[in-house]
Design a protein around this ligand. Structure first.
Ligand code: GLY
Length: 428
């Protein structure tokens, strides 16, 4: 099969790395990709928003399956455009992608279908938001309705912070139209976990559990980022809760979308919080998680390609996905000052030494090639991943590989998985 992957991050590198191992694969292309992906796929210089040109390429190159990494092209209707041209694509159509593209749609959808989530109000201006806070009480979670690259979420803890946050949304209009409506949601306490499944429009095949670390600072402090690390298993989701989520969140969502004439084929990713009252959905994504996909691909035993092709055709024959018993971890190396204004263009030292570390796999994200050297080219630069017999070993190996890599603005969190290992898993 000839496959095109769309995207340029660590997630897409991990997907290409896994797809490359498929005996069904003949040719692999990635648009636009990055230097790491270039080692396993042919890079195509088309940007992810350029849907017509991507479709042209897929048609002219007789691509059998296109796999979409990021949400943006899905919300722009890439799957609709490809389907109209008779091209197979793994990823939901625009109407189903609303589940991620609009937080207001997602919350109202969950309300309509009895999917457990935090109480909320939709605010159109600051006055609506203040009134919502009177009902919900502080702290609250404020979420821009539209896509904001993970930066449209604020958690004001007192009235002063609330006032500042509302000025950002409604006066400064930092998120433009994406922030014209704001979901004001009750703040829930608990452990966060990612639940990712593949759907063919009817069934859901769950992946192994995973957990990501969104804040920039150790101890989960500072602003949200695209994700500073992840591991699988999550270590906090019991099998009973997992079965409950599969039934009451994942299958109910796919059935609800089908009932609303928005059939969903692709990746359904529920960001959950485990409260004393049970799991609650914080958000839905309609694509693979980044960086959760990196450890998940290291653990996936099955060939990914036929499963994605079956989902794209709307017909799973695969009954379940199998994952290795071993754990996998991912530590993100960023360039400071991330997430604000990362320094770029710095040569990266130690790529070979890191890749040679036991159990390690290095997935590129914000990298570029300059004068034959790999240099930094974005906020999140590398995903240093490793497998191990358990989470403790996987994390130790990932950090050992991360220590081999260097550039002046390198920044990482040193505590991925640490609290979990200290509180839940006794020392080995
Ligand atoms: N890891 C968070 C995300 O993919 O949105």
């Amino acid at each position: 099969m000839r496959v095109l992957v769309i995207g340029s991050g660590g997630r897409e590198h991990a997907l290409c790395w896994k797809l490359r191992q498929s005996p069904l694969l003949t040719d692999l292309f990635c648009a636009p990709g990055n230097p790491g992906i270039g080692a396993v796929a042919d890079l195509v210089p088309i940007e992810i928003e350029n849907v017509p040109q991507l479709a042209e390429f897929a048609g002219e190159m007789n691509i059998d399956l296109t796999v979409v990494g990021p949400e943006m092209p899905l919300t722009l209707g890439l799957a609709d455009e490809f389907a109209a041209r008779g091209l197979a694509v793994f990823g939901p159509r625009r109407q189903a992608a609303e589940l991620e593209g609009s937080k207001v749609f997602a919350k109202q959808f969950m309300e309509r279908h009895g999917i457990p989530t935090a109480p909320f109000v939709v605010a159109h201006d600051a006055e609506d938001a203040w009134n919502a806070v009177l009902d919900l009480g502080l702290p609250v979670v404020l979420k821009a309705d539209g896509l904001a690259a993970g930066k449209g979420v604020v958690i004001p803890r007192d009235e002063e912070e609330l006032s500042k946050a509302l000025a950002v949304f409604f006066e400064e209009r930092r998120f433009g139209d994406a922030g014209a409506r704001v979901v004001v949601e009750k703040f829930l306490e608990g452990e966060e976990v990612s639940f990712i499944g593949l759907s063919d429009g009817e069934r859901v095949l769950p992946m192994a559990s995973s957990k990501d670390y969104k804040r920039i600072g150790e101890g989960d402090t500072g602003p949200n980022t695209g994700g500073m690390g992840a591991h699988s298993p999550a270590g906090v989701l019991g099998s009973e809760d997992a079965a409950w989520v599969l039934e009451h969140v994942m299958r109910r969502t796919v059935a609800g979308l089908a009932a609303e004439n928005r059939p969903f084929a692709g990746v359904l990713y529920a960001g959950l919080i485990l409260t004393p009252e049970g799991p609650r959905v914080l958000e839905f994504n309609v694509r693979f998680g980044d960086p959760e996909t990196q450890p998940l691909m290291l653990r996936l035993e099955d060939d990914l390609l036929p499963v994605l092709a079956e989902a794209a055709a709307g017909q799973f024959t695969t009954q379940r996905l199998r994952f290795r018993q071993e754990a996998a971890a991912c530590v993100v190396l960023a360039s400071a000052p991330y997430p604000e204004r990362p320094v770029t263009g710095e040569p990266i030292v130690g790529l070979e030494a890191a890749a040679a570390c036991e159990g390690a796999e290095i997935f590129h994200a914000g990298t570029a090639t300059r004068d034959g050297r790999v240099v930094t080219a974005g906020g999140r630069v590398l995903n240093v991943c490793a497998v191990g017999s358990g989470l403790r070993e996987a994390l130790r190996r990932a950090y050992a590989a991360a220590a081999e890599l260097d550039w002046p603005a390198k920044r990482l969190r040193g505590d991925i998985g640490r609290r979990l290992l200290e509180s839940l898993l006794p020392p080995a």
